[in-house]
Design a protein around this ligand. Sequence first.
Ligand code: HEM
Length: 387
Amino acid sequence: MFRFDPYSPAFDADPFPAYKTLRDDYPCFWSDDAGMWVYSRYADILTALNDWQTYSSAKGNLVDELPGRAGATLGTTDPPRHDRLRALIQKALTMKALDHLVEPVRAICNAHLDALDGAKRFDFVGQVSSKITVDLLFHLFNLPGGDRQEVRDKAVLMVQTDPETRQKAPQHIAAYEWMTSYAAGLIAKRKAAPGDDLLSNFITAEIDGETLEDREVQMTVTTLLMAGIESLSGFMSVFGLNLADHPDARRALAADPAGIPDAIEESLRYNTSAQRFRRCLTRDVEAHGQTMKAGDFVMLAYGSGNRDERRFPDPNVYDIARKPRGHLGFGGGVHACLGTSLARLACRIAFEELLARFADFERVEAELPWVPSSNFRSPMRLELAVA
Ligand code: HEM
């Protein structure tokens, strides 16, 4: 009897065989372990993403949702409220033009990579990807530097679920509560003394004479710190892992860094850090001979849709020249990731600088420790040995 258990450490280590069984034999599967239906084929996931009226985000989009988030952030609301929040946040994000970030991002990457000068071995997660990402978010929000380690630790804890109980453990909820009150404190300070940063932009951005409410700013900042830090740092880590495991690709990019943007897209397809999100049905739906009821949750397994042989030829081959248009690494539809340009920019610069210094590296551990999360997939540690 087939089980789909997104909480098991063995699944974290290699989810792709289970995804394939789902796609081939159970394309609309009720998982007792997850307590929801699972869509694993590209076409079904796309149908759901393009029909937010049926596949609603208003009951939360995290597989294990955090208390108070549903209905309070752009990822957990449906149009028209979602569109208003999205327009305001998009406006705030684009108020600081991306071009102005190129030099600061490069300086951040250089600082952390220079610190590895002469190293024969380093932890790519602890010393590179998480450091770069946290510094980038701190730069965007103009946050006090002393809080860096704590914010990073809480962001990583917030996305975790206890694999034993299959629920958020007290420390995960406590990390989330810490982050929401941290955000509230920042907002109060910024209101008293506004500056030229993303947070000040959130507070002042206006659409049709409307601004965001305090609670909306608070939940947005909390979500962005979580999404910005965990999704981006996690993605950089899996990209680093792919290059460790595919030396030909790594050497090709070191010789010609112009290929890095295409390699980023292929990595978003091959093993994105944002593997699974959920939606709630607003009406009964029939799919693949199953009847799902209004109120049931459906998991959208983006990581599986990206390996669907019905959509991508030879999906298990990591091919940096593939140019996988339409991959689900950033989701899609009205909730498609809002941080795509920022994420692409940061990854491009980080890997240009990394490969300029280290064209040859390999991973030290065959088995990696994975962050226990029902949504995200990234290694907690990635020791690399430098040639
Ligand atoms: C490579 C790194 C990243 C990946 C793989 C990623 C992935 C995703 C995915 C899959 C979704 C869709 C969630 C759903 O379907 O419910 C999403 C939404 C979102 N992401 Fe990202 N993300 C990344 C980086 C970022 C960054 C850096 C930011 C901002 C600082 C960001 C902000 C958001 C926001 C605000 C949403 C919600 C959009 C909406 O519901 O309208 N993400 N992201």
